[in-house]
Design a protein around this ligand. Structure first.
Ligand SMILES: [Zn+2]
Length: 431
């Protein structure tokens, strides 16, 4: 059967329930791998990964390569004022809101070849497949390659919330300010406000990404259906004690801030794990002062964070952490002070998109798991504009932000097919 539009496929689904559904469109998996390999040359490092930090020459060269792929996929490509690559494919009904697919190709220093790249090249492959099969969508389609995801979701923030002067003046990992970096990539900071999109202006945003954790691999599952991107509470914690001679102060007369901090780190860990759920809590850094062999530490500062999809749970754990700290302080006459920063809000994915992703995976005979994303993604900024959906594929060993990052070609192909199939079903569900 020749299928020229998704509208034709709907007939097969709805009118012939007794017969098998039409074979879903499939991407060209080997072609994605060829593109991944070619992209890995830009910013290649001796460890086998890439250092394609945003606003560097390698980043710019990688973007030029990707821009070429977007054009070959039949997309009408431009650089928006925020420096994002935006490829557009007209739909048959210009009045409909666009469906947006996207990710990023910048990396952390000494990063890998899969974080961002899989979703970017997967989205371009979807457009290429539609183009080759001459499939016309009702909705306009946009493929966006966001700039500087790793430096704080800059490109997607410009669309989702806007970038203010304070952010534009921040110095990025490349050494350039965000402002100069955007200009370097071909954006126009003087018109940056125009990048911001109105809430409700897109039909959906879909992002394919590597999991960056090991849950899918450990459970031998193929597709992660992301239920949301976690919120994060960060707090600096100061422990005040009394610095004194380590030789002459008896053990029962010490106000040892580091001892309290050590007890606190252990207690915090057990508090986080004492309630059911998938919340995580980490003490990521610690500093003792004055920091000498022969002085009892008088002051300790440390940084903790708590992540979960539910803000009220984050707040409850943080409150219990404060109570526990007070008790620990009483044991040896030390005091705790917490300076929490704002909680970054969790971004939940759209329930109906979760369902569509699940149905697509099922039709492709792929196993799935509904799971949170513990890492941040451009999708969380796009959630300010419209419904978001995210598809995860397994990361071997759960390794990411490392040259050792790896995902199997079969999983990459599966992920891109789920992205394509989800788009197809969304088009049917919502002509
Ligand atoms: Zn990423």
């Amino acid at each position: 059967m020749k299928v020229s539009t998704f509208g034709a496929i709907i007939l097969t689904f709805t009118c012939s329930a007794a017969t098998p559904a039409a074979a879903p469109l499939k991407v060209n998996g080997p072609r994605i791998m060829v593109h991944l390999k070619a992209l890995s040359e830009f910013g290649k490092n001796p460890q086998g990964g890439v250092s394609r930090v945003a606003y560097t020459a390698a980043d710019k060269a990688g973007r030029e390569y990707v821009l070429r792929l977007m054009r070959e996929a039949g997309l009408d490509v431009s650089i928006d004022v925020a420096g994002n690559l935006v490829g557009t494919r007209a739909g048959t009904d210009a009045a409909l809101k666009p469906i947006v697919l996207g990710s990023h190709i910048d990396s952390v220093p000494e990063g890998g070849n899969y974080d961002g790249d899989v979703g970017s090249l997967g989205a371009i492959e979807v457009a290429q497949t539609l183009n080759e099969r001459s499939v016309r969508l009702h909705h306009p389609l946009q493929v966006i390659i966001f700039q500087n995801e790793e430096g704080g979701l800059l490109g997607s923030s410009a669309l989702g919330r806007g970038l203010d002067a304070a952010r534009l003046n921040t110095v990025s990992q490349s050494g350039k300010s965000i402002r100069d970096g955007i200009e370097f990539l071909g954006g126009d900071v003087s018109r940056i406000a125009e990048a911001k999109r109105q809430p409700g202006s897109i039909r959906a945003y879909l992002e394919l990404h590597i999991e960056q954790g090991a849950l899918l691999e450990q459970q031998h599952l193929q597709i992660g259906i992301v239920e949301g991107i976690v919120g994060i509470l960060d707090s600096e914690v100061t422990v005040e004690g009394f610095a004194n001679h380590a030789g002459t102060t008896p053990m029962d007369q010490r106000h040892d801030a580091l001892l309290s901090a050590a007890r606190f780190v252990d207690k915090f860990n057990s508090l986080v794990t004492s309630v059911p759920g998938r919340q995580v809590g980490t003490v990521g850094w610690i500093k003792a002062e004055p920091g000498a062999y022969n002085v009892i530490p008088g002051k300790v500062t440390l940084g903790l964070e708590i992540r979960d999809l539910d803000v009220s749970k984050i707040k409850a754990i943080f409150a219990r952490t404060g109570e526990a700290a007070e008790q620990i302080g009483r044991l040896n006459g030390t005091t705790f002070h917490f300076s929490p920063r704002d909680i970054s809000a969790p971004a939940l994915t759209d329930k109906s998109l979760q369902g569509i992703i699940a149905a697509t995976a099922k039709q492709l005979n792929l196993s799935t798991k509904v799971m949170p994303s513990g890492a941040g993604h451009d999708a969380q900024e796009m959630a300010n504009i419209g419904p978001i959906g995210m598809i995860f594929i397994p990361s071997v060993g759960g390794i990411s932000h490392s040259p050792k990052e790896f995902s199997n070609p079969a999983d990459i192909e599966n992920g891109a097919n789920v992205l394509l199939g989800t788009l197809e079903r969304l088009e049917i569900a919502d002509p």
